[in-house]
Ligand binder design. Structure first.
Ligand SMILES: [Zn+2]
Length: 315
């Protein structure tokens, strides 16, 4: 049983509101704490800097009042006020995000820090047990495995949604609008809403994307035939199952057909899915769709730049 500390960067950069983020599995109280308010200071993550209009590295800091307060605790003791009446680690924390490049303080987070079981507040109450795998003595509290979760309650100002230029250019106004709303709903933790927007996009765009790919110079000419067959017989499964090796090499990089993945992510009925499932599906669709559109864009722009070169040589 080893403590697993999950990377906190994604939590501050892009994790939705109101969704639990598993921060620490099998919590073990070590010298450096990890869960005290002061432990969040100086942690870094990527975030949009308004001043510089681009993604920069940010650092977390506590407001002065809580830094002064929590900074005075001895290293090994846990502040009493972060443990609730049931012995659970349970507190809300106000944090600032500071851009490391322009030094401006520009994002505020309110997060909740919570354990799923009673929490050890004193080193003497820990049991020493021997880890079976590593033979190293470790601390366990009441022999229970404790997990620690973080939840984003509020972010101020609302994070800016930055949509890549190649996406904006690729889709029409309506799809861009759904795309924006899909991401916005995701950020706010509205899974069902976000998933519904991304589904609409896939339903409307997927066959068009297929056609666009079939026109790329690196695509196999049989892909076009497959699309025509689909249009005649309306057998969607053949199109997704037989097209992988006909795609340009750059779209085969995942080892799976990304278009098939997009299709399968949107073919489940909404009524079977929880808010949580929907958030996960949205995130997957968003990332795979971005990947596909980016590859199409690269294939096209690479080709056009080579054409320019050929033209200039011929002159
Ligand atoms: Zn900045």
């Amino acid at each position: 049983m080893q403590q697993i500390l999950h990377n906190i960067k994604s939590f501050f950069s892009s994790f939705p509101l109101n969704k639990e983020f598993l921060y620490i599995e099998n919590y073990i109280r070590l010298e450096d704490g990890i869960i005290d308010p002061i432990d969040f200071c100086k942690l870094s993550f990527d975030y949009y800097c308004v001043e510089e209009d681009s993604i920069k590295t940010f650092e977390l800091d506590l407001p002065e009042y809580s830094k002064n307060h929590f900074g005075n605790y001895a290293e090994q003791s846990i502040p009493e006020e972060i443990i609730d009446e049931n012995g659970i680690l349970n507190y809300n924390l106000h944090l600032y995000g500071i851009c490391k490049s322009c030094k401006k303080k520009q994002a505020e987070f309110l997060i909740s820090v919570r354990s799923d079981k009673k929490f050890p507040t004193d080193r003497q109450r820990l049991y020493k047990v021997i880890d079976e795998e590593t033979s190293v003595p470790i601390d366990v509290f009441e022999n229970k495995q404790i997990n620690v979760y973080l939840t984003k309650i509020a972010v101020f100002p609302e994070p800016k949604i930055k949509i890549e230029k190649y996406i904006q250019k690729y889709f029409d106004r309506e799809t861009n609008n759904w795309y924006y709303k899909g991401i916005k709903s995701y950020n706010e933790g509205f899974g069902i809403g976000s998933y519904a927007y991304f589904r609409r996009i896939i339903e409307k765009e997927l066959i068009k994307i297929f056609q666009e790919i079939s026109l790329l110079p690196d695509a196999d000419s049989k892909l076009n035939k497959l699309i025509s067959e689909y249009k005649e017989k309306n057998q969607i499964s053949t199109l997704y199952n037989d097209s992988f090796h006909l795609l340009p090499k750059s779209l085969q990089l995942l080892g799976e057909n990304p278009l098939k993945l997009l299709y399968s992510l949107t073919s489940q009925g909404l009524h079977n899915l929880t808010e949580e499932n929907c958030l996960e599906n949205s995130d997957k669709i968003h990332k795979i769709l971005d990947f596909v559109i980016k590859k199409i864009y690269e294939e096209k722009s690479e080709l056009s730049s080579i054409r320019e070169i050929i033209k200039s040589i011929k002159k």
